[in-house]
Design a protein around this ligand. Sequence first.
Ligand SMILES: Cc1cc2nc3c(=O)[nH]c(=O)nc-3n(C[C@H](O)[C@H](O)[C@H](O)COP(=O)(O)OP(=O)(O)OC[C@H]3O[C@@H](n4cnc5c(N)ncnc54)[C@H](O)[C@@H]3O)c2cc1C
Length: 183
Amino acid sequence: MCRGSDVMLVGGGNSAGQAAVYLSQNARKVFLLIRGDDLCKSMSSYLAHRIMNTPNIEILRCTEVIRMNGDGHLNSVEILNKITGEKKTLTTAALFSFIGANPRTDWLPSEIEKDEKHFVRTGIELGDSRQWTLKRQPFLLETSRPGVFAAGDVRSGSVKRVASAVGEGSMAVQFVHEYLKTM
Ligand SMILES: Cc1cc2nc3c(=O)[nH]c(=O)nc-3n(C[C@H](O)[C@H](O)[C@H](O)COP(=O)(O)OP(=O)(O)OC[C@H]3O[C@@H](n4cnc5c(N)ncnc54)[C@H](O)[C@@H]3O)c2cc1C
């Protein structure tokens, strides 16, 4: 879909960086929009340097999307440089957003404690939580409701990587057995 055309990518993390490198192999040009002034602050340096050395990736620093235009499909995107106040309209048919994710934890009962960003608190993170009423400490992946465990991205403080999510899944099974022994 993007072959030979200009595409836009928003975000300064590793996911955005990997996508920019991938798209640069087929797109004519990749505009990478970041809110900060330095890619290396939010991206692994090997990836940031690779991007800076890829001729058809242009990094637009301190920049935000302010409007998307189109009729049925995207035609152009208006951007604002927050330092200079300069506004520009770039013609593009594709914009990819890599600006993070919100956990879908709204359905959980209030007895399962969450952090300020709605990720589920577990184990040591529960600290002196009023929700935790048992004498024993919670297991590593145990939520504020004894016997309920959380694993992977949804867990507050987790690494947000496939290998750790899978590992935590198998650890949770072990903790279920430990929990059952306490009953
Ligand atoms: C663009 C991108 C690039 C990434 N690149 C890498 C990488 O290169 N290497 C790496 O290690 N990690 C990478 N990650 C992170 C990796 O994808 C996650 O860490 C991993 O998928 C977390 O697994 P998880 O099982 O915890 O969550 P998820 O994979 O998000 O799985 C959660 C599942 O639960 C389902 N679900 C949600 N709510 C409910 C509900 N109420 N009932 C039933 N099901 C529900 C969802 O639909 C989803 O299928 C990347 C992530 C993104 C977004």
